[in-house]
Design a binder for this molecule. Structure first.
Ligand SMILES: NC(=O)c1ccc[n+]([C@@H]2O[C@H](COP(=O)([O-])OP(=O)(O)OC[C@H]3O[C@@H](n4cnc5c(N)ncnc54)[C@H](O)[C@@H]3O)[C@@H](O)[C@H]2O)c1
Length: 243
């Protein structure tokens, strides 16, 4: 084990994931950047020219792929201090048209994926210095957005999982926290929806991915050493407005 801190970020090819990778690198943390879209990821890592970003193919719904990814990061960097469960998918549909298949699929990626990630990482986090987990929830896990049955349920489940893990892992001094982004300017939201959500925002804009990455980096940092089970909302006031 080296002194350098090491993080694994899932969904790292996406808008927020890549911003988190870059932000953690600015803090000197070596990063395993993981995504199911391995070509996009490899291209971003190659363009960065940064040897301390390790690109890895990972489908978070696969226990086998989690085991392989954790092995790879430990082999390359010597340990694992931080796990960021950022991978996620969004799907909107009225409740009456939603299918069990879609509902289950979103839960698998957005909640089961984080569960499997935590299980795979735990043996290494237990022996790491200042171990920490950050899960990306959503304001959709604070408020009930219509037409988001599958997404909302998966993120409320992830919120609950985060709380249980924080309580259970406190005796092991593993901090577990969650960020709750409001609308963020990433490919997850199409242009029309971005414009609509910006217009209704108290700040009249969406979050930039780097603003979420700053909150994640803070929760990972020693400045958050007494924070566990925290629910950090980063939404420009969105959830103040929704009843
Ligand atoms: N964009 C928003 O407005 C918003 C708001 C609140 C919360 N979030 C959450 O933030 C997180 C990041 O989303 P984003 O905005 O960067 O969206 P994004 O679509 O840009 O990135 C999501 C990434 O997750 C990856 N991914 C999807 N399924 C995966 C799987 N099975 N295994 C591994 N990787 C997988 C995608 O390939 C993509 O790179 C998600 O959990 C999302 O639910 C987003």
């Amino acid at each position: 084990m080296t002194d350098r801190r090491v993080a694994l970020v899932s969904g790292a090819a996406g808008g927020q994931g890549w911003a988190i990778v870059q932000r953690l690198r600015a803090d000197g943390i070596a990063v395993a950047a993981c995504d199911i879209r391995v070509d996009a990821l490899a291209a971003a890592v190659a363009e960065s020219g940064d040897a301390d970003i390790l690109p890895l193919s990972l489908d978070v719904t696969s226990e086998e792929q989690w085991a392989a990814a954790i092995d790879a990061v430990v082999e390359r960097f010597g340990g694992l201090n931080a796990l960021v469960n950022n991978a996620g998918i969004l799907h909107r549909c009225p409740l009456e048209n939603e299918t069990s298949e879609q509902f289950e699929h979103l839960w698998r990626v957005n909640c089961l994926g984080a569960f499997q990630g935590m299980r795979a990482a735990l043996p290494h986090l237990r022996v790491a210095a200042e171990p920490v987990i950050v899960n990306t929830c959503s304001t959709g896990a604070l408020r009930p957005f219509p037409n988001h049955a599958a997404y909302g349920a998966s993120k409320w489940a992830l919120r609950g999982l985060t709380q249980v893990a924080a309580a259970e892992l406190a005796p092991h001094r593993i901090r577990v926290n969650a960020v709750f982004p409001g609308p963020v300017a990433t490919p997850m939201l199409d242009e029309r929806i971005q414009q609509r959500l910006a217009a209704s925002s108290p700040w009249q804009r969406l979050a930039e991915p780097g603003e979420i990455a700053d909150a994640v980096a803070f929760l990972i940092s020693p400045q958050a050493s007494f924070m566990t089970g925290a629910e950090v909302t980063v939404d420009g006031g969105q959830s103040l407005q929704i009843g």
